[in-house]
Design a protein around this ligand. Structure first.
Ligand code: UD1
Length: 373
């Protein structure tokens, strides 16, 4: 069986790695296509190295651009690759532009698609990722879900139950298989912080960093929190660009809010595992902190990962600066009780995904699904 995997942006790499590994163990052939949506060493190569991912077989080098330009470039460049390789199945992961762009091309070519991390919904269509999620799920033939409510979301959108497989969370597979190695990271020493004596921050959502007023208010709240506990803030390139554009660097310099370069997978994992508190607008970090048992405040009004709130350490605090300050101080005063592990977040999602894939009759996936529609 020949499976083509598409990866393009930082949060894709840790989801692709366990699936490829599990498929290799079952004798399937994998072809890895990197779209080039993320291209900086710190946003891409560092993750390939840390995760032990093979070099991509094909690199589309699409780079940055508007949503339309980036999506269109991926579509144009991946079409000939798909025609050449004619995979039995194309696996797309997550909710980035690379995900929908490649899924759409497969759908038009009549090629079978598996979506890993299907059915997550924030119900907020102003998020570009929500559009990508809904549309990718609509054209997918196999939908692999990470948490139980995802199936209800998919069924409510008219997706047949037979296509949906609840397999657990491949991002947690990567976390579990790298947890030990991450312990030898020197990141805490590099940033001069001690275990459980610092907070970790990430922000990159356009809704938080692209508007100067919103971003300034969030930064003000973070500066207040940093007077209680030092904060390390590995900043995404988009965020760095906005700090420059909005001239926010001055308010941060000399403070205990250290804006640093993006970290590799192992260093970031180590920093998360040892943090007293994490403040973020990322999706994946809400999941990782749940498993690490580290309190997470999500600076968004909604989440497509509600299980991290109902079972995990995550709390939605929005972007109101008073709420950020209040909730952060409450966590520092009394950390919440340990979280439960969501079902099937056990490090074996890649195996379950590979078992389903290899049990599909070769090349019949699409026809079988069509017949069931
Ligand atoms: C993308 C995903 C988002 C994900 C995030 C993780 C979409 C719609 N968004 O957002 O869901 O949470 O990745 O990081 O797919 N840039 C660089 N170097 C890079 C990559 C980006 O400098 O290697 C800069 C460029 O200025 C670029 C900007 O970051 O224009 C945004 O990159 P883009 O891939 O468009 O979106 P992200 O914000 O990274």
């Amino acid at each position: 069986m020949k499976i083509l995997h598409v990866a393009g942006a930082r949060p894709n790499f840790m989801k692709v790695a366990p699936v490829m590994r599990a498929l290799a163990a079952r004798g399937a052939t994998s072809i890895l296509v990197h779209t080039g949506q993320h291209y900086d060493e710190a946003m891409s190569d560092a993750f390939f190295t840390d995760l032990g991912l093979p070099q991509p077989d094909v690199h589309l080098e699409v780079g940055s651009g508007s949503h339309a330009a980036q999506t269109a470039r991926i579509m144009e460049r991946i079409e000939p690759v798909l025609i050449e390789h004619r995979p039995d199945l194309t696996a797309v992961v997550g909710d980035v532009n690379s995900t929908i762009a490649s899924a759409l091309v497969c759908a038009k070519l009549g090629l079978a698609i598996a979506h890993v991390e299907a059915g997550l919904r924030s119900f907020d269509r102003s998020m570009p990722e929500e559009i990508n999620r809904v549309l990718t799920d609509q054209v997918s033939d196999l939908l692999f879900t990470t948490s139980p409510e995802a199936e209800d979301n998919l069924v409510a959108e008219g997706i047949a139950r037979e296509k949906i497989h609840f397999v657990g969370n491949p991002m947690i597979d990567s976390l579990e298989s790298h947890r030990e190695r991450a312990r030898s990271s020197n990141a805490l020493t590099t940033f001069g912080v001690a275990p459980a004596a610092y907070g970790l921050v990430t922000l990159h959502r356009p809704s938080n960093v692209d508007d100067p007023e919103t971003f300034r208010r969030i930064l003000d709240a973070l500066l207040d929190v940093s007077r209680e506990i030092p904060l390390v803030f590995p900043a995404h390139p988009r965020t760095v660009k906005m700090i420059g554009e909005f001239d926010l660097g001055v308010s941060v310099s000399g403070s205990s809010l250290a804006v640093v370069e993006p970290l590799g997978y192992l260093d970031f994992l180590h920093m998360m595992a040892n943090a007293r508190i994490v403040l973020t607008d990322s999706g994946g970090i809400q999941e990782e902190t749940t498993i690490l048992g580290v309190p997470c405040l999500t600076l968004r009004w909604n989440t497509e990962r509600p299980i991290t709130v109902s079972m995990g350490t995550n709390r939605l605090v929005g972007t109101d600066p008073d709420a950020i300050r209040r909730e952060a101080l409450a966590v520092l005063a009394a950390p919440p009780p340990p979280a439960a592990r969501p079902p099937l977040w056990d490090g074996k999602a890649g195996d379950r995904i590979a078992d389903v894939i290899v049990s599909q009759p070769e090349r019949r996936t699409k026809e079988a699904t069509r017949a069931g529609r």
